[in-house]
Write a protein that binds this ligand. Structure first.
Ligand code: NDP
Ligand code: MG
Length: 388
């Protein structure tokens, strides 16, 4: 029986992870979980998973109330609480389904404690990829991706000899505005941006898909996971999101991972530690994959990818600036303080203006995150909340 801790249980990946855990109660025991602000999710989770006794919430006021309501639970609170939860709940495996920079310290803590880390929180690798790689090299912790493109590549690299792989092809749906020309993006609304054509996901990643910052992050994530040359990693536009990624071999053959756009599959692959022994049915018939479309990625249409990769090549704390500026700009857009196209320009400004650190420690990354958020916040407020 694997003892599992789930971080971000109230979110999109968190909820789907609970489905998989419920379908495999003979293999997994949920020992603890965290939610952020959506504490109304707690009663149902503890009713379904009676073994879950360790719980972390984001806000102190909720923690105080919940301690009275559930005296038999071990309750934690805030960022420090997440680290304490990981160290005390005696789990074998941590599923990190937090969104944003909040996921970095929990990933680092899990690997320091030599846990198996099933990672949906791509921001951990974007910001702290070097730290994560170092912890994996020094300890006995393991890292298994949950992001669907990376699960696809992870699977494909077990089927084909890596030295035969000429290119990694990371597929991209193009997000909610893929059929609009760039000049029409000036006045698009958060509601329209949140209507993703193929995936149902949390708000932040849905906006990142519309700018395609998400794809920039995924190329960086692939580099840290597979250490394949960036020059041989390409983005392939694919509207239907059935091909989760592909590799091109040196004899001209494409090998692809094909299934419905449903995150249950990648989550199950990670939880099962790569054994393909699925209980849920992901493909009914090949008929459902008729009429798939592929196209070239246009870097001018989606400049966020170039911004992300430039930050990655710069190294140091640049990706911490990239991530924090993007998070703040995305939330400013969702709160109608800035226009959609300003997300990219604000990230570029932050990358020019926030102090560069060549070899950052974890504390430097935490400081960089705070400086950048402050920079973006001041910039947005100084404009008086006007959209440009
Ligand atoms: P959601 O926004 O749906 O869920 C995020 C979770 O993190 C929620 O449980 C939320 O709590 C919690 N959370 C957010 N901020 C904090 C914080 N400061 N402290 C503690 N908890 C916090 O996101 P998704 O599930 O969509 O995405 C999670 C991660 O997985 C992201 O990194 C995303 O890029 C990645 N991913 C997601 C995919 C998807 O299909 N959704 C696909 C591939 C990758 P609450 O809501 O209770 O406040
Ligand atoms: Mg993905």
């Amino acid at each position: 029986m694997k003892k599992v801790l789930l971080l971000g249980a109230s979110g999109s990946i968190g909820t789907q992870t609970l489905d998989i855990l419920a379908a495999h109660k003979d293999r997994f025991e949920l020992v603890g979980f965290s939610v952020g602000k959506r504490i109304e999710k707690i009663p149902e989770i503890i009713k379904t998973f009676k073994t879950a006794k360790y719980v972390c919430v984001q806000q102190e006021a909720d923690w105080i109330d919940l301690r009275k309501k559930y005296p038999y639970l071990k309750l934690f609170c805030g960022d420090a609480g997440l680290a304490e939860l990981i160290s005390t709940c005696n789990c074998d495996m941590v599923v990190n389904a937090l969104v944003g920079f909040a996921g970095l310290v929990p990933s680092v803590t899990s690997l320091r404690l030599n846990k198996t880390l099933c990672l949906a929180n791509k921001e951990s690798l974007v910001v702290g990829g070097a730290l994560v790689r170092d912890l994996l090299a020094r300890g006995s912790g393991k890292l298994i991706p949950i992001d669907s493109e990376h699960v696809a590549i992870d699977k494909l690299l077990t089927c084909v000899p890596e030295k035969k792989v000429k290119k990694l092809l990371i597929t991209a749906s193009g997000g909610s505005f893929r059929d609009l020309p760039r000049e029409k993006l000036v006045h698009v609304t958060p509601e329209k941006a949140l209507a993703h054509p193929t995936w149902s996901m949390g708000a932040k990643i849905t906006i990142d898909s519309a700018t395609m910052m998400n794809k920039g992050f995924e190329v960086i994530e692939a580099k840290w996971l597979f250490d394949f040359p960036l020059a041989k990693t390409e983005i392939l536009m694919h509207k239907e999101s059935n091909v989760h990624s592909a590799v091109l071999l040196d004899d001209g053959t494409y090998v692809a991972d094909v299934s419905k756009p449903d995150m249950h599959g990648p989550i199950e692959y990670a939880l099962m530690e790569r054994q393909i022994d699925f209980t849920l049915k992901y493909v009914d018939s090949l008929d459902q994959f008729k009429g798939m479309h592929f196209g070239e990625f246009d870097p001018k249409r989606y400049p966020a990818v170039g911004i992300a990769l430039k930050a990655f090549r710069k190294g140091g704390n640049a990706c911490a600036v990239l991530n924090a500026a993007n998070e703040e700009a995305v939330y400013a857009f969702l709160n109608r303080k800035i226009g959609f196209l300003e997300i990219e320009s604000i990230v570029s400004k932050a990358l020019k203006n926030v102090q560069f650190i060549a070899s950052p420690s974890l504390d430097d990354l935490i400081r960089t995150d705070a400086w950048t958020r402050n920079y973006v916040h001041t910039y947005v407020e100084s404009r008086g909340g006007r959209k440009k």
